[in-house]
Design a protein around this ligand. Structure first.
Ligand code: NAI
Length: 387
């Protein structure tokens, strides 16, 4: 069938198989062009099918020559409904890995569940023995814990309601969004889903099964961003969860001291992904940031960020490069003073009349469509495809 984008608010309900494959191919080509580097050879990526997790898996396989096991939660195609992009991305990744003789297995299921953990660990034991790098890159709306309770994450502020400029993606106008104050229950839910509890569980389970090597490294991803978005992100419900993630890194490193397993949080750059485009206020910040960083020649996408992370900051010959706060700062270029000053200057001025001039609306949409496999160069969208 002919697959066309069907955009609803901040998501697209269709995905193009050939386009998704092209997107993966482009990321692989980028990593190969940067050259290989030394790193772990047996890598588990939890949340491996889109965004930062997919880019991490591609970097591990094609940058470090690693065998990879990926975990994701994606939908297969049914009837005329296409699969979700992560499904096609994973197929394309596996095919590309096989061509180069790289081991790659993927599990499509709920990473929070004990069943999936057990299945993955069984496969690690049978096929790889142990893993030496575990990348935790989940972005999920909900989590059911072992006691059967389902927690939901929310994108709300804490303290006072917060009103800020907001981009209406439908008609490119700028209005305002007011973000409501979260209840204690909503904060707790978000911490349960997006905090580090499940990350700790994964490492505990791997250690218990002797499926993780001594001296292994584990990474998880966070975001801080500028003061402008603090109320919706850093000081909002999600920020509480990220604080918990940061503390969980210390818990893991402390608990696993005898095995020498170390856990790190990398603070990544703001980028358009399925998870981040759902956050209010943030898309307009993306569009302004993209403009400023592209003009300065320092814009990066997920693959550029993850290749630089593992090549230059985690597996650097001098060891892991941490900033004073104990985290790896991949937002170093985003948070540069000159970048943030220009972003804030534009933010003050931007309105419905000048949004196209002052921000990179096209760049935002380009990333958005690419995520779902659309508008990629070299793909013929008029051809029938098998979904
Ligand atoms: P994404 O939506 O592109 O990827 C999420 C991944 O998690 C996908 O592979 C999905 O299949 C998987 N997943 C979701 N629920 C699952 C479940 N129950 N079981 C198994 N897999 C599941 O999101 P993105 O943006 O790549 O986020 C990854 C991490 O990076 C998150 O922790 C996010 O907070 C962080 N981050 C994102 C930034 C951004 O601007 N996009 C910036 C800095 C950090």
């Amino acid at each position: 069938m002919i697959v066309e984008p069907r955009v609803k608010g901040f998501i697209c309900t269709t995905a193009h198989p050939t386009g998704c494959a092209k997107n993966v191919e482009n990321q692989i080509a980028y990593v190969k062009k940067q050259g290989t580097f030394d790193g772990p050879k047996k890598v588990l990526v939890i949340g491996a099918s889109t965004g930062y997790g997919l880019a991490s898996r591609i970097t591990a396989a094609f940058g470090m020559g690693a065998a990879t096991i990926g975990v994701m939660f994606e939908k297969e195609a049914t009837g005329k409904r296409t699969a979700t992009p992560g499904y096609y991305n994973t197929k394309a990744f596996e095919e590309a890995a096989a061509k180069e003789g790289l081991y790659a297995k993927s599990f499509n299921g709920d990473a929070f569940s004990a069943d999936v953990k057990n299945e993955v660990i069984k496969t690690i034991k049978e096929d790889l023995g142990q893993v030496d790098l575990v990348i935790y890159s989940l972005a999920a709306p909900r989590r059911t814990t072992a006691d059967g309770i389902t927690y939901s994450s929310s994108l709300k502020t804490t303290g006072e309601p917060f009103t800020q400029k907001n981009w209406n993606l439908k008609d490119n106008t700028i209005g305002e969004a007011t973000i409501a104050v979260a209840t204690e229950e909503e904060i707790e839910g978000t911490v349960k889903v997006m905090g580090g509890e499940d990350w700790i569980d994964w490492i505990d389970a791997l250690v218990e099964a002797d499926a993780i090597a001594d001296g292994a490294i584990t990474t998880a991803y966070s975001y801080i961003g500028p003061k402008l978005t603090y109320p919706v992100y850093h000081e909002g419900t999600i920020g509480r969860a990220k604080q918990h993630l940061r503390e969980s890194a210390d818990v893991i490193t402390g608990k696993q001291e005898a095995k020498g397993i170390r856990a790190y949080v990398s603070v990544n750059k703001a980028l358009v992904t399925q998870a981040s485009s759902a956050i209010p206020v943030v898309p307009l910040y993306f569009a302004v940031l993209y403009k400023v960083m592209k003009e300065k020649g320092i814009h990066e996408g997920c693959i550029e960020q993850m290749n630089r992370l593992y090549k230059e900051k985690v597996f650097d010959k001098d060891g892991v490069i941490l900033s004073e706060d104990g985290m790896i700062r991949m937002d170093d270029w985003e948070m540069r003073e000159d970048v943030q000053n220009e972003v804030m200057e534009i933010w003050e001025q931007i309105n419905s009349d000048n949004i196209l001039e002052l921000s990179d609306v096209d760049g935002y949409w380009e990333d958005f469509y690419h995520m779902f496999g659309f508008k990629l160069d070299g793909v013929d969208y008029t051809v029938d495809v098998e979904v």
